[in-house]
Design a binder for this molecule. Structure first.
Ligand SMILES: Cc1cc2nc3c(=O)[nH]c(=O)nc-3n(C[C@H](O)[C@H](O)[C@H](O)COP(=O)(O)O)c2cc1C
Length: 395
Protein backbone atom coordinates (compact mmCIF):
# COMPACT_ATOMS: atom_id res chain seq x y z
CA UNK A 1 0.00 0.00 0.00
CA UNK A 2 1.40 3.39 -1.03
CA UNK A 3 0.86 6.59 0.91
CA UNK A 4 -1.23 9.07 -1.05
CA UNK A 5 0.40 12.02 0.72
CA UNK A 6 4.14 12.46 0.22
CA UNK A 7 4.27 14.96 3.10
CA UNK A 8 2.07 14.04 6.05
CA UNK A 9 -0.47 16.79 6.79
CA UNK A 10 -1.12 18.26 10.21
CA UNK A 11 -3.93 16.05 11.44
CA UNK A 12 -6.13 17.18 14.34
CA UNK A 13 -8.92 15.35 16.14
CA UNK A 14 -11.80 16.80 18.17
CA UNK A 15 -12.80 16.78 21.85
CA UNK A 16 -16.60 16.31 22.09
CA UNK A 17 -17.20 18.69 25.00
CA UNK A 18 -20.97 18.63 24.60
CA UNK A 19 -21.22 14.85 24.82
CA UNK A 20 -20.74 11.94 22.47
CA UNK A 21 -22.43 8.80 21.27
CA UNK A 22 -22.87 6.30 18.44
CA UNK A 23 -26.07 7.85 16.99
CA UNK A 24 -26.89 11.41 15.93
CA UNK A 25 -30.06 12.96 17.33
CA UNK A 26 -30.70 10.13 19.79
CA UNK A 27 -30.00 9.40 23.45
CA UNK A 28 -29.18 5.77 22.72
CA UNK A 29 -25.67 5.11 23.96
CA UNK A 30 -25.22 8.76 24.91
CA UNK A 31 -21.93 9.50 26.64
CA UNK A 32 -22.04 12.57 28.86
CA UNK A 33 -18.97 14.75 29.12
CA UNK A 34 -16.58 13.79 31.86
CA UNK A 35 -12.96 14.55 32.46
CA UNK A 36 -12.15 10.87 32.28
CA UNK A 37 -13.81 10.33 28.91
CA UNK A 38 -12.25 13.41 27.31
CA UNK A 39 -8.93 12.36 28.78
CA UNK A 40 -9.23 8.92 27.19
CA UNK A 41 -9.74 10.52 23.77
CA UNK A 42 -6.90 13.01 24.25
CA UNK A 43 -4.47 10.37 25.49
CA UNK A 44 -5.33 8.12 22.54
CA UNK A 45 -4.91 10.98 20.07
CA UNK A 46 -1.59 11.91 21.65
CA UNK A 47 -0.23 8.37 21.44
CA UNK A 48 -1.54 7.65 17.94
CA UNK A 49 0.17 10.61 16.28
CA UNK A 50 -2.53 13.27 15.92
CA UNK A 51 -1.15 16.80 15.86
CA UNK A 52 -3.72 18.09 18.30
CA UNK A 53 -7.39 18.41 19.19
CA UNK A 54 -9.91 21.15 18.42
CA UNK A 55 -11.95 22.17 21.45
CA UNK A 56 -15.13 24.08 20.57
CA UNK A 57 -16.88 26.90 22.40
CA UNK A 58 -20.55 27.68 22.95
CA UNK A 59 -23.08 27.40 25.71
CA UNK A 60 -23.68 23.72 24.91
CA UNK A 61 -20.00 22.88 25.48
CA UNK A 62 -17.75 22.79 28.49
CA UNK A 63 -15.58 25.91 28.55
CA UNK A 64 -12.64 25.06 26.27
CA UNK A 65 -9.72 26.72 28.06
CA UNK A 66 -10.66 25.23 31.44
CA UNK A 67 -11.21 21.86 29.75
CA UNK A 68 -7.80 21.95 28.08
CA UNK A 69 -6.10 22.90 31.34
CA UNK A 70 -7.65 19.83 32.98
CA UNK A 71 -6.71 17.42 30.16
CA UNK A 72 -3.32 18.64 28.94
CA UNK A 73 -1.35 17.25 31.91
CA UNK A 74 -2.26 13.72 30.76
CA UNK A 75 -0.76 14.27 27.31
CA UNK A 76 2.78 14.80 26.12
CA UNK A 77 2.84 16.28 22.64
CA UNK A 78 -0.79 16.84 21.74
CA UNK A 79 -1.61 20.43 20.84
CA UNK A 80 -4.85 22.11 21.88
CA UNK A 81 -6.69 24.30 19.35
CA UNK A 82 -8.98 26.24 21.65
CA UNK A 83 -11.98 28.19 20.42
CA UNK A 84 -12.30 31.79 21.59
CA UNK A 85 -15.53 33.77 21.47
CA UNK A 86 -13.82 37.11 21.23
CA UNK A 87 -16.77 38.98 22.78
CA UNK A 88 -16.48 36.99 26.01
CA UNK A 89 -12.96 38.14 26.86
CA UNK A 90 -10.84 41.20 27.08
CA UNK A 91 -7.59 40.91 25.10
CA UNK A 92 -5.68 41.28 28.38
CA UNK A 93 -7.46 38.35 30.04
CA UNK A 94 -7.08 36.10 27.00
CA UNK A 95 -3.44 37.04 26.58
CA UNK A 96 -2.78 36.07 30.19
CA UNK A 97 -4.64 32.75 29.91
CA UNK A 98 -3.06 32.03 26.55
CA UNK A 99 0.51 32.69 27.70
CA UNK A 100 -0.03 30.78 30.94
CA UNK A 101 -1.38 27.66 29.24
CA UNK A 102 1.21 27.86 26.48
CA UNK A 103 3.97 28.09 29.08
CA UNK A 104 2.55 25.36 31.30
CA UNK A 105 2.15 22.93 28.39
CA UNK A 106 5.52 23.66 26.79
CA UNK A 107 4.11 25.57 23.80
CA UNK A 108 1.13 23.42 22.80
CA UNK A 109 -1.71 25.96 22.69
CA UNK A 110 -3.34 27.40 19.54
CA UNK A 111 -6.45 29.57 19.38
CA UNK A 112 -9.40 29.30 17.01
CA UNK A 113 -10.92 32.77 16.84
CA UNK A 114 -14.74 32.53 16.54
CA UNK A 115 -16.65 35.83 16.58
CA UNK A 116 -19.84 33.74 16.83
CA UNK A 117 -22.79 32.95 14.60
CA UNK A 118 -25.94 32.98 16.70
CA UNK A 119 -27.42 36.33 17.64
CA UNK A 120 -29.63 34.84 20.39
CA UNK A 121 -26.74 32.96 21.95
CA UNK A 122 -24.66 36.13 21.75
CA UNK A 123 -27.19 38.23 23.66
CA UNK A 124 -27.38 35.45 26.24
CA UNK A 125 -23.64 35.95 26.63
CA UNK A 126 -24.10 39.71 26.99
CA UNK A 127 -22.88 40.54 23.49
CA UNK A 128 -25.21 42.95 21.67
CA UNK A 129 -23.39 43.33 18.36
CA UNK A 130 -24.68 42.33 14.95
CA UNK A 131 -22.74 40.04 12.62
CA UNK A 132 -20.42 42.59 11.01
CA UNK A 133 -19.95 44.58 14.22
CA UNK A 134 -18.77 41.35 15.89
CA UNK A 135 -16.12 41.08 13.19
CA UNK A 136 -15.09 44.73 13.73
CA UNK A 137 -14.78 43.94 17.42
CA UNK A 138 -12.81 40.76 16.64
CA UNK A 139 -10.41 42.68 14.39
CA UNK A 140 -9.61 45.18 17.14
CA UNK A 141 -9.43 42.34 19.66
CA UNK A 142 -6.91 40.37 17.60
CA UNK A 143 -4.77 43.46 16.92
CA UNK A 144 -4.42 44.08 20.64
CA UNK A 145 -4.09 40.40 21.58
CA UNK A 146 -1.20 39.81 19.18
CA UNK A 147 0.65 42.91 20.36
CA UNK A 148 0.25 41.89 24.01
CA UNK A 149 1.43 38.35 23.30
CA UNK A 150 4.46 39.74 21.48
CA UNK A 151 5.43 41.61 24.65
CA UNK A 152 4.58 45.13 23.52
CA UNK A 153 3.21 47.78 25.84
CA UNK A 154 -0.17 48.48 24.27
CA UNK A 155 -2.27 51.62 24.25
CA UNK A 156 -5.21 51.29 21.86
CA UNK A 157 -8.45 53.23 21.61
CA UNK A 158 -10.70 51.62 19.02
CA UNK A 159 -14.43 51.64 18.56
CA UNK A 160 -14.82 48.57 20.79
CA UNK A 161 -11.53 47.93 22.59
CA UNK A 162 -9.80 50.38 24.92
CA UNK A 163 -6.60 49.62 26.74
CA UNK A 164 -3.86 51.82 28.18
CA UNK A 165 -0.30 50.69 28.75
CA UNK A 166 -1.33 47.05 28.78
CA UNK A 167 1.46 44.48 29.25
CA UNK A 168 1.79 40.72 29.14
CA UNK A 169 4.72 40.09 31.46
CA UNK A 170 5.05 36.29 31.05
CA UNK A 171 5.86 35.52 27.41
CA UNK A 172 4.23 32.56 25.67
CA UNK A 173 6.56 29.76 24.58
CA UNK A 174 5.59 30.07 20.90
CA UNK A 175 6.96 33.29 19.42
CA UNK A 176 6.21 35.85 18.17
CA UNK A 177 2.83 34.61 19.42
CA UNK A 178 0.98 31.26 19.42
CA UNK A 179 -0.83 30.70 16.10
CA UNK A 180 -4.32 32.11 15.62
CA UNK A 181 -6.65 29.96 13.50
CA UNK A 182 -10.04 31.08 12.28
CA UNK A 183 -13.14 29.82 10.45
CA UNK A 184 -15.90 31.84 8.81
CA UNK A 185 -17.37 32.20 5.34
CA UNK A 186 -18.75 35.75 5.16
CA UNK A 187 -17.08 38.70 3.50
CA UNK A 188 -16.15 40.09 6.92
CA UNK A 189 -14.64 36.72 7.87
CA UNK A 190 -12.40 36.55 4.83
CA UNK A 191 -11.21 40.10 5.45
CA UNK A 192 -10.32 39.39 9.09
CA UNK A 193 -8.36 36.21 8.45
CA UNK A 194 -6.56 37.61 5.40
CA UNK A 195 -5.44 40.74 7.22
CA UNK A 196 -4.62 39.42 10.66
CA UNK A 197 -4.68 35.70 11.36
CA UNK A 198 -2.40 32.74 10.71
CA UNK A 199 -4.61 29.96 9.36
CA UNK A 200 -8.00 29.75 7.65
CA UNK A 201 -10.21 26.74 8.42
CA UNK A 202 -13.17 25.87 6.21
CA UNK A 203 -15.93 23.39 6.89
CA UNK A 204 -15.88 20.74 4.16
CA UNK A 205 -17.95 21.88 1.22
CA UNK A 206 -17.40 20.34 -2.24
CA UNK A 207 -13.82 20.87 -3.43
CA UNK A 208 -14.69 23.59 -5.96
CA UNK A 209 -16.51 25.64 -3.32
CA UNK A 210 -13.64 25.38 -0.85
CA UNK A 211 -11.27 26.28 -3.70
CA UNK A 212 -13.23 29.48 -4.36
CA UNK A 213 -13.15 30.47 -0.69
CA UNK A 214 -9.42 29.84 -0.42
CA UNK A 215 -8.75 31.78 -3.63
CA UNK A 216 -10.64 34.76 -2.21
CA UNK A 217 -8.81 34.66 1.14
CA UNK A 218 -5.46 34.14 -0.59
CA UNK A 219 -6.01 37.12 -2.90
CA UNK A 220 -7.05 39.36 -0.02
CA UNK A 221 -4.00 38.27 2.00
CA UNK A 222 -1.69 38.90 -0.97
CA UNK A 223 -3.04 42.44 -1.27
CA UNK A 224 -1.72 43.18 2.22
CA UNK A 225 1.51 41.23 1.68
CA UNK A 226 0.57 38.20 3.78
CA UNK A 227 0.51 34.45 3.28
CA UNK A 228 -1.46 32.20 5.59
CA UNK A 229 -2.10 28.49 6.05
CA UNK A 230 -5.28 26.64 5.13
CA UNK A 231 -7.15 23.83 6.85
CA UNK A 232 -10.29 21.75 6.42
CA UNK A 233 -12.70 20.78 9.21
CA UNK A 234 -14.46 17.53 8.33
CA UNK A 235 -15.96 14.44 9.95
CA UNK A 236 -14.69 11.04 8.81
CA UNK A 237 -16.46 7.74 8.42
CA UNK A 238 -13.70 5.34 7.41
CA UNK A 239 -14.22 1.59 7.16
CA UNK A 240 -12.32 -1.17 5.39
CA UNK A 241 -14.53 -0.89 2.30
CA UNK A 242 -16.62 1.87 0.73
CA UNK A 243 -19.77 -0.20 1.25
CA UNK A 244 -19.08 -0.68 4.97
CA UNK A 245 -18.43 3.04 5.34
CA UNK A 246 -21.71 3.91 3.61
CA UNK A 247 -23.55 1.51 5.90
CA UNK A 248 -21.87 3.12 8.94
CA UNK A 249 -23.05 6.54 7.75
CA UNK A 250 -26.64 5.29 7.48
CA UNK A 251 -26.36 3.70 10.91
CA UNK A 252 -25.22 7.00 12.40
CA UNK A 253 -28.56 8.63 11.49
CA UNK A 254 -30.72 5.53 11.91
CA UNK A 255 -32.34 6.84 15.12
CA UNK A 256 -32.75 10.39 13.86
CA UNK A 257 -36.40 11.34 13.39
CA UNK A 258 -37.74 13.62 10.67
CA UNK A 259 -39.21 15.79 13.39
CA UNK A 260 -35.80 16.29 15.01
CA UNK A 261 -34.32 17.22 11.63
CA UNK A 262 -37.11 19.75 10.95
CA UNK A 263 -36.80 21.30 14.41
CA UNK A 264 -32.99 21.58 14.18
CA UNK A 265 -33.01 23.07 10.69
CA UNK A 266 -35.67 25.61 11.72
CA UNK A 267 -33.50 26.63 14.67
CA UNK A 268 -30.49 27.15 12.38
CA UNK A 269 -32.60 29.31 10.06
CA UNK A 270 -34.05 31.49 12.80
CA UNK A 271 -31.20 31.69 15.30
CA UNK A 272 -28.04 31.72 13.22
CA UNK A 273 -26.65 34.62 11.25
CA UNK A 274 -23.58 32.65 10.18
CA UNK A 275 -22.87 32.53 6.47
CA UNK A 276 -20.89 29.32 7.01
CA UNK A 277 -23.90 27.70 8.70
CA UNK A 278 -26.21 28.84 5.89
CA UNK A 279 -23.86 27.24 3.35
CA UNK A 280 -23.74 23.99 5.33
CA UNK A 281 -27.56 23.78 5.53
CA UNK A 282 -27.91 24.57 1.81
CA UNK A 283 -25.90 21.46 0.96
CA UNK A 284 -28.66 19.08 2.09
CA UNK A 285 -31.71 21.38 2.50
CA UNK A 286 -32.92 19.26 5.38
CA UNK A 287 -33.53 16.25 3.10
CA UNK A 288 -32.20 12.86 4.07
CA UNK A 289 -32.56 11.34 0.58
CA UNK A 290 -29.78 13.35 -1.13
CA UNK A 291 -26.99 13.34 1.36
CA UNK A 292 -24.02 12.51 -0.87
CA UNK A 293 -23.55 16.06 -2.13
CA UNK A 294 -20.22 15.36 -3.89
CA UNK A 295 -18.34 12.11 -4.38
CA UNK A 296 -17.91 10.57 -0.91
CA UNK A 297 -18.90 13.86 0.77
CA UNK A 298 -21.93 13.13 2.93
CA UNK A 299 -24.02 15.89 4.53
CA UNK A 300 -25.89 13.69 7.04
CA UNK A 301 -24.13 15.09 10.12
CA UNK A 302 -25.44 18.57 9.33
CA UNK A 303 -29.05 17.39 9.52
CA UNK A 304 -28.82 17.73 13.26
CA UNK A 305 -25.41 19.18 14.19
CA UNK A 306 -24.54 22.86 13.94
CA UNK A 307 -21.20 23.87 12.47
CA UNK A 308 -19.22 21.19 10.65
CA UNK A 309 -21.91 19.13 8.95
CA UNK A 310 -20.18 17.01 6.34
CA UNK A 311 -18.21 13.76 6.46
CA UNK A 312 -15.92 12.03 4.03
CA UNK A 313 -17.20 8.47 3.80
CA UNK A 314 -15.30 5.54 2.34
CA UNK A 315 -12.45 3.10 2.52
CA UNK A 316 -9.09 4.42 3.73
CA UNK A 317 -7.86 4.76 0.16
CA UNK A 318 -11.03 6.57 -0.97
CA UNK A 319 -10.96 9.00 1.94
CA UNK A 320 -7.22 9.67 1.55
CA UNK A 321 -7.76 10.34 -2.15
CA UNK A 322 -10.53 12.84 -1.36
CA UNK A 323 -8.42 14.53 1.32
CA UNK A 324 -5.62 14.85 -1.24
CA UNK A 325 -7.97 16.78 -3.54
CA UNK A 326 -8.36 19.34 -0.77
CA UNK A 327 -4.64 19.25 0.00
CA UNK A 328 -3.97 20.14 -3.63
CA UNK A 329 -5.74 23.46 -2.99
CA UNK A 330 -3.00 24.35 -0.52
CA UNK A 331 -4.59 22.81 2.58
CA UNK A 332 -2.00 21.35 4.95
CA UNK A 333 -4.14 20.88 8.05
CA UNK A 334 -7.13 18.62 8.62
CA UNK A 335 -9.32 18.93 11.69
CA UNK A 336 -11.32 15.72 11.88
CA UNK A 337 -13.68 13.76 14.06
CA UNK A 338 -16.02 10.77 14.05
CA UNK A 339 -18.71 9.25 16.25
CA UNK A 340 -18.14 7.95 18.83
CA UNK A 341 -14.92 9.87 19.19
CA UNK A 342 -12.92 7.41 21.24
CA UNK A 343 -13.33 4.39 18.97
CA UNK A 344 -12.95 6.53 15.86
CA UNK A 345 -9.70 8.05 17.15
CA UNK A 346 -8.25 4.56 16.87
CA UNK A 347 -10.03 3.53 13.69
CA UNK A 348 -8.94 6.61 11.74
CA UNK A 349 -5.35 6.27 12.92
CA UNK A 350 -5.17 2.57 12.17
CA UNK A 351 -6.90 2.62 8.79
CA UNK A 352 -6.17 6.06 7.36
CA UNK A 353 -2.82 7.22 8.72
CA UNK A 354 -0.76 4.83 6.56
CA UNK A 355 -2.26 6.48 3.48
CA UNK A 356 -1.41 9.93 4.82
CA UNK A 357 2.20 9.08 5.61
CA UNK A 358 1.62 9.56 9.35
CA UNK A 359 3.70 6.77 10.78
CA UNK A 360 5.29 7.40 14.12
CA UNK A 361 3.36 7.30 17.35
CA UNK A 362 4.07 10.36 19.43
CA UNK A 363 4.33 10.92 23.10
CA UNK A 364 7.28 9.05 24.45
CA UNK A 365 9.18 5.89 23.75
CA UNK A 366 6.96 2.96 22.76
CA UNK A 367 7.89 -0.54 23.86
CA UNK A 368 9.46 -2.64 21.09
CA UNK A 369 6.98 -4.78 19.11
CA UNK A 370 6.72 -8.33 20.45
CA UNK A 371 7.89 -9.70 17.10
CA UNK A 372 11.30 -8.05 17.58
CA UNK A 373 11.62 -9.62 20.99
CA UNK A 374 10.53 -13.04 19.82
CA UNK A 375 13.11 -13.02 17.05
CA UNK A 376 15.90 -12.38 19.57
CA UNK A 377 14.94 -15.21 21.92
CA UNK A 378 13.72 -17.65 19.32
CA UNK A 379 10.32 -18.96 18.36
CA UNK A 380 7.99 -20.57 20.81
CA UNK A 381 8.36 -18.01 23.56
CA UNK A 382 4.79 -16.87 23.06
CA UNK A 383 3.22 -20.27 22.54
CA UNK A 384 0.74 -21.52 25.07
CA UNK A 385 2.96 -24.49 25.93
CA UNK A 386 5.98 -22.45 26.85
CA UNK A 387 6.24 -21.68 30.56
CA UNK A 388 6.70 -18.00 31.40
CA UNK A 389 10.30 -16.80 31.29
CA UNK A 390 11.77 -16.76 34.78
CA UNK A 391 14.75 -15.05 36.24
CA UNK A 392 17.18 -17.79 37.35
CA UNK A 393 16.53 -18.54 40.97
CA UNK A 394 18.80 -19.96 43.62
CA UNK A 395 16.70 -23.09 44.10
C1 LIG B 1 -13.44 25.01 11.95
C2 LIG B 1 -14.45 25.93 12.56
C3 LIG B 1 -14.71 25.85 13.92
C4 LIG B 1 -15.64 26.69 14.52
N1 LIG B 1 -15.85 26.57 15.86
C5 LIG B 1 -16.78 27.33 16.45
C6 LIG B 1 -17.05 27.18 17.85
O1 LIG B 1 -16.44 26.38 18.54
N2 LIG B 1 -18.00 27.98 18.39
C7 LIG B 1 -18.70 28.89 17.65
O2 LIG B 1 -19.54 29.57 18.19
N3 LIG B 1 -18.46 29.06 16.32
C8 LIG B 1 -17.54 28.30 15.71
N4 LIG B 1 -17.29 28.44 14.38
C9 LIG B 1 -18.10 29.43 13.65
C10 LIG B 1 -17.35 30.63 13.10
O3 LIG B 1 -16.18 30.86 13.74
C11 LIG B 1 -18.08 31.94 12.89
O4 LIG B 1 -18.12 32.68 14.07
C12 LIG B 1 -19.47 31.83 12.42
O5 LIG B 1 -19.64 30.78 11.49
C13 LIG B 1 -19.90 33.12 11.73
O6 LIG B 1 -19.09 33.34 10.65
P1 LIG B 1 -19.53 33.61 9.16
O7 LIG B 1 -20.87 34.29 9.12
O8 LIG B 1 -18.44 34.51 8.69
O9 LIG B 1 -19.54 32.29 8.46
C14 LIG B 1 -16.36 27.62 13.74
C15 LIG B 1 -16.11 27.68 12.36
C16 LIG B 1 -15.18 26.85 11.76
C17 LIG B 1 -14.96 26.92 10.30
Amino acid sequence: MTAIFSNPPEFFWFLPTSGDGPYLGSDIGHRPVSNRYLREIAVAADRLGYTGVLVPTGRHCEEPWITAASIAPFTEKLRFLLAVRTGLYTPALLSRQFAALDRLTGGRILANIVPGGSASEMTGDGIFLDHDARYDHAAEFCTVLKRLLQGEEVTFHGEHIHIERGRQIFPPVQRPHPPLYFGGSSDAAHKLVAEQLDAYLSWAEPVADVAAKIADVRARAARVGRTIRYGLRVHLIVRETDAEARAAAEKLISHLSDETIARTQAAFRTQSDSEGQRRMAALHQGRRDKLEIAPNLWAGVGLVRGGAGTALVGSPKTVATRLKEYADLGIDTFVTSGYPHLEETYRVAELLFPYLGITSPRGGVEPAPIADYVSTVGPGVLSAQTPPLRVASAS
